[in-house]
Design a binder for this molecule. Structure first.
Ligand code: S3P
Length: 173
């Protein structure tokens, strides 16, 4: 059985909330990758983007995925761009079960419009710019997200049925 579950999906798709719940229900440890990077670097995500640039942040994500990929019994909520940079998706698929929390761009916009300040890719955009940016970026990332081993509707509440399905899938790989 895979003892690592990587939750992937666009910003705002509920990776942290769902991840915490899955971890509670499976008895696994929960790690939020953005938070892990932030603590390691001693800087917030917007600060890392501002001072070192996005490509440096993407390198930090790859390091995090490799390091966390050695831990057991762990649920990892990844940042929205993580699976679509470097060869992160391949690394995650090789070391654990990848689960995509899928949502459409309108649902994502409604959830992100009130929390754009902590997200450097969104914070300087007007609401209208943000709406079309989310649509385009989701379209661009969808082929990468859809390589996940399992796809879950992000609007579903995580319940026993979903956790059982994740465990069945993890056991079969
Ligand atoms: C990003 C998503 C963010 C964070 C960074 C970049 C992205 O994580 O990693 O701001 O490229 O989609 P969340 O998906 O947790 O918001």
């Amino acid at each position: 059985m895979h003892s690592r579950i990587f939750l992937i999906g666009f910003m705002g798709s509920g990776k942290t909330t769902h991840g915490q719940k899955i971890a509670r229900m499976t008895g696994y440890e929960f790690i939020d990758m953005d938070r892990w990077i932030t603590e390691k670097e001693g800087a917030s995500i917007p600060e890392i983007f501002k001072v070192h640039g996005e490509s440096h942040f993407r390198e930090l994500e790859t390091i995090a995925i490799k390091e966390l990929g050695h831990r057991d019994k762990i649920v990892i909520a990844t940042g929205g761009g993580a699976p679509c940079h470097n060869n992160n998706m391949e690394i995650m698929k090789n070391s654990g079960l990848t689960v995509y929390l899928k949502m459409n761009s309108e649902e994502l916009y409604n959830r992100l419009v009130h929390s754009k300040n902590e997200r450097p890719l969104l914070r300087d955009k007007t609401d209208e710019e943000m709406r079309s940016y989310i649509e385009e970026l989701l379209k661009e990332r969808e082929p990468c997200y859809s390589q996940a081993d399992m796809v879950i509707d992000g609007l579903y509440q995580v319940d026993e049925r979903i956790v059982n399905a994740i465990q069945r899938k993890a056991n079969s790989q």
